[in-house]
Write a protein that binds this ligand. Structure first.
Ligand SMILES: Cc1ncc(COP(=O)(O)O)c(C=O)c1O
Length: 368
C-alpha cells in the first residue's frame, strides 16, 4: 500500500465544485491583489481565532516579520525562541536586525521549556516567540507571566496551529500578536503562498496593514518604507471556502491521532498533549531510538514520513555566526535524532493508519 505524507489532491476533490466556482468568481471580478475576498476572509479568520483584527499577507514568514516590526523590534534587540522550528521563525527576527536567542524545549511536548526562559533574558531582550509546534499550544499562562514580569512582548508563532486551543481559547488570541501560515500543507492551506497576522490591538493591526503595502495610506502617500506582502485575491477566495471545513478537518485529524496513539502507545513514544490543550495535529510525530532505520523500513513499505526538523537552527550554517555549540540545547538535540512524523491528514483512512502501525510493529519484531 502506498501512503503519501500528505494528500492535497484528495482534499481538493472533496470540495472541488466550491473551490472551482470561487476561483471562477475571482477571475470574473478581477480582484487579484487584496480586494473583497481578502477583506471578508480577514473578518472570518479573526472571528475563528476569537480576535478583533486579522491582516492577510503573502506568507507566514511575512506575518512573523510584520508582527515583530509592528512591536518596534529593531537592530540589536534580542528575541527568545526555540531552535527546533522552521527556520522562518528565526529569519523573521533577523529581518528586523534583531538576534534570535534560543531556549531549549520540553522533552514531553517539544515546545519551549518555560522554566528555562528567564535564564535567557538580558537587558536587550524585547520579546518571546513561542512556537505552537505540530499544532499543539505552548504553556501560554507561564509564558505570559514571565513576559509581564520582564515587560516583554509575546508573539505566537501559530504557523502550524490554526484552531488549536489552550484552556478553551484559540491560539492567536493568547498574546500581543500572532502569525499563521497558509502554506499548502498546513491544516488551513491555500493554493500557493499565504499567511495572516491576528491581534486584538488596533494600533498593531494598523501598522501591519501599512507595512504590508509599501507604507501607503492614503494612495500615493508613503509613510514608512514598507514591503510588498499583499495576499492574492484568489488565495482569499480559496481560503474562505476551506475555512468553513477547518473545524471538521481538525476534528478528523484528532480522531486519526487517537487511532495512531491507541495502536502505537506500547511500541514507540507517542505525542503527549496536556489536559489544557486541544491539538490540531498538524504533524503526528513519534519518537524512536532507531529512527533512521525505521524510516527506511517504512519507505520500503510505501509509507512516506517526515522529520520536523532534521537539524536544529543553531546547527544551520546560516546561524553559525551566533556561535552556538553542540550540547547547548540538549533536549532539542536529542529529540531531533529520534522524531519521525507519520502521514497525517483528515482524509487518511483507518485502514491506512492500521497499515502504518502494523508496519511499525513489524519493524519492532525484526532483530538487528
Ligand atoms: C513554525 C513555522 N513558522 C513559520 C513558518 C513560515 O511560514 P511560510 O512558509 O508560510 O512563510 C512555518 C511554515 O512552514 C512554520 O511551520
Amino acid at each position: 500500500m502506498n501512503i503519501p505524507f500528505l494528500d492535497l489532491k484528495a482534499q481538493y476533490h472533496s470540495i472541488k465544485s466550491e473551490i472551482d466556482s470561487a476561483i471562477q468568481k475571482t477571475l470574473e471580478n478581477t480582484a487579484f491583489v487584496l480586494g473583497p475576498e481578502i477583506e471578508n476572509f480577514e473578518k472570518e479568520f479573526a472571528a475563528f481565532c476569537g480576535v478583533k483584527y486579522a491582516i492577510a499577507v503573502n506568507s507566514g514568514t511575512a506575518a512573523l516579520h510584520l508582527a515583530l516590526l509592528s512591536l518596534g523590534i529593531k537592530q540589536g534587540d534580542e528575541v527568545i525562541t526555540v531552535p527546533n522550528t522552521f527556520i522562518a521563525t528565526a529569519e523573521a527576527i533577523s529581518h528586523c536586525g534583531a538576534i534570535p536567542v534560543f531556549c531549549d524545549i520540553s522533552e514531553e511536548t517539544f515546545n519551549i521549556d518555560e522554566n528555562l526562559i528567564e535564564s535567557k533574558i538580558t537587558s536587550r531582550t524585547k520579546a518571546i516567540i513561542p512556537v505552537h509546534l505540530y499544532g499543539n499550544s505552548c504553556n501560554m499562562d507561564k509564558i505570559n507571566e514571565i513576559a509581564k514580569k520582564y515587560n516583554l512582548f509575546v508573539i505566537e508563532d501559530a504557523c502550524q496551529a490554526h484552531g488549536a486551543e489552550y484552556k478553551n481559547k484559540r491560539v492567536g488570541s493568547l498574546s500581543n500578536i500572532a502569525a499563521f501560515s497558509f502554506y499548502p500543507g498546513k491544516n488551513l492551506g491555500c493554493y500557493g503562498e499565504g499567511g495572516i497576522i491576528v491581534t486584538n490591538n488596533s494600533e498593531l493591526a494598523d501598522k501591519c496593514k501599512l507595512y504590508r503595502a509599501h507604507g501607503e495610506n492614503p494612495k500615493n502617500t508613503h509613510n514608512v518604507i514598507g514591503y510588498n506582502y499583499r495576499l492574492e485575491g484568489l488565495q482569499g477566495a480559496i481560503l474562505r471556502v476551506k475555512l468553513k471545513y477547518l473545524n471538521q478537518w481538525n476534528e478528523q485529524r484528532r480522531k486519526n491521532a487517537e487511532i495512531y496513539t491507541k495502536l502505537l502507545k506500547d511500541i514507540v513514544i507517542t505525542p503527549k498533549i496536556s489536559e489544557n490543550n486541544k491539538s490540531i495535529f498538524h504533524v503526528y510525530s513519534i519518537r524512536h531510538k532507531n529512527r533512521d532505520k525505521l524510516r527506511e523500513f517504512l519507505q520500503l513499505k510505501g509509507i512516506a514520513t517526515g522529520i520536523h526538523y532534521e537539524k536544529p537552527i543553531h546547527f544551520q550554517k546560516a546561524y553559525a555566526f551566533l556561535n552556538y555549540k553542540e550540547s547547548d540545547f540538549p533536549v532539542a538535540e536529542k529529540v531531533t535524532k529520534e522524531i519521525l512524523s507519520l502521514p497525517m491528514y483528515p482524509e487518511l483512512t483507518e485502514s491506512q493508519i492500521e497499515y502504518v502501525c502494523n508496519s511499525i510493529k513489524e519493524f519492532e519484531n525484526l532483530k538487528f
